[in-house]
Design a binder for this molecule. Structure first.
Ligand SMILES: [Zn+2]
Length: 231
């Protein structure tokens, strides 16, 4: 996921708004919940991290995918929590928050490590010392929450899961940030939501941890391990 700057007139912004209005009020909600371990390497302010998690939960929840975030590493230290010690698996994901210097491209928002089984690891990038959002009134937490939802979407939707509108748009534009700044959410469409819930059910049918490529915050491992990684 990247951001590009572009000017948009009012009608284009309205078009974006119509494309992202929540239409999933009758979406079935899975009673099975994904656990997402949060490994914060950048030591985000807790409020900002909480805002990101709340935003991601709202977006995924609109698709009927319930997520629980568990803080496992922040402030430079591991957090003692039994939920952080078991091996990750189909229903236990790992979210890493890392400095942009570990991104292949500095404007990259994140990536998902997609495997034939779906994958477990997602990484998003932010520098706490520098604003990520380009629209003044948009908080970095909300922007980061969208990136987290996008990357978890990749894990549940598989490869080639970008779409021309909504949260799975491959490139976010300034108009998207303006929409977020007004309190709007970029969402999954109905088809994506159905696919994600199906993927969730499949993951819960094989809950045993599966071998995963060892993730590393360097570009070389990404090229080898992620032929289909998306951003
Ligand atoms: Zn993507």
């Amino acid at each position: 996921m990247k951001l590009i700057m572009a000017r948009h007139n009012a009608s284009m912004i309205l078009g974006l708004a119509l494309a992202t209005i929540p239409v999933l009020s009758d979406t079935p909600v899975s009673d099975q919940r994904l656990t997402v371990r949060v490994v914060d390497y950048v030591n985000l302010q807790a409020g900002r991290r909480g805002q990101a998690e709340a935003t991601a939960k709202r977006i995924l929840g609109q698709a009927g995918v319930m997520v629980d975030f568990v803080e496992c590493f922040s402030g430079g230290a591991a957090i003692q929590n039994p939920a952080c010690t078991a091996a990750p698996g189909p229903t236990v994901l790992v979210l890493r928050i890392a400095q942009p210097r570990f991104a292949l491209e500095l404007e990259q928002f994140g990536y998902a490590l997609i495997t034939p089984e779906g994958g477990v690891y997602v990484t998003v990038f932010i520098n706490p010392e520098r604003r990520k959002a380009t629209v003044g009134i948009l908080s970095d937490g909300v922007l980061l929450g969208h990136a987290i939802a996008h990357e978890i979407g990749h894990l549940l939707l598989g490869t080639n899961s970008h779409s021309s509108s909504g949260i799975m748009r491959p490139v976010w534009r300034q108009a998207d940030e303006e929409w977020m700044a007004k309190g709007g959410l970029l969402l999954f469409n109905a088809s994506q939501a159905r696919s994600m819930r199906s993927a969730l059910m499949a993951r819960f049918s094989r809950r045993e941890p599966t071998p995963q490529p060892t993730p590393a915050l360097d570009a070389s491992s990404r090229v080898v391990a992620m032929p289909d990684f998306s951003h």
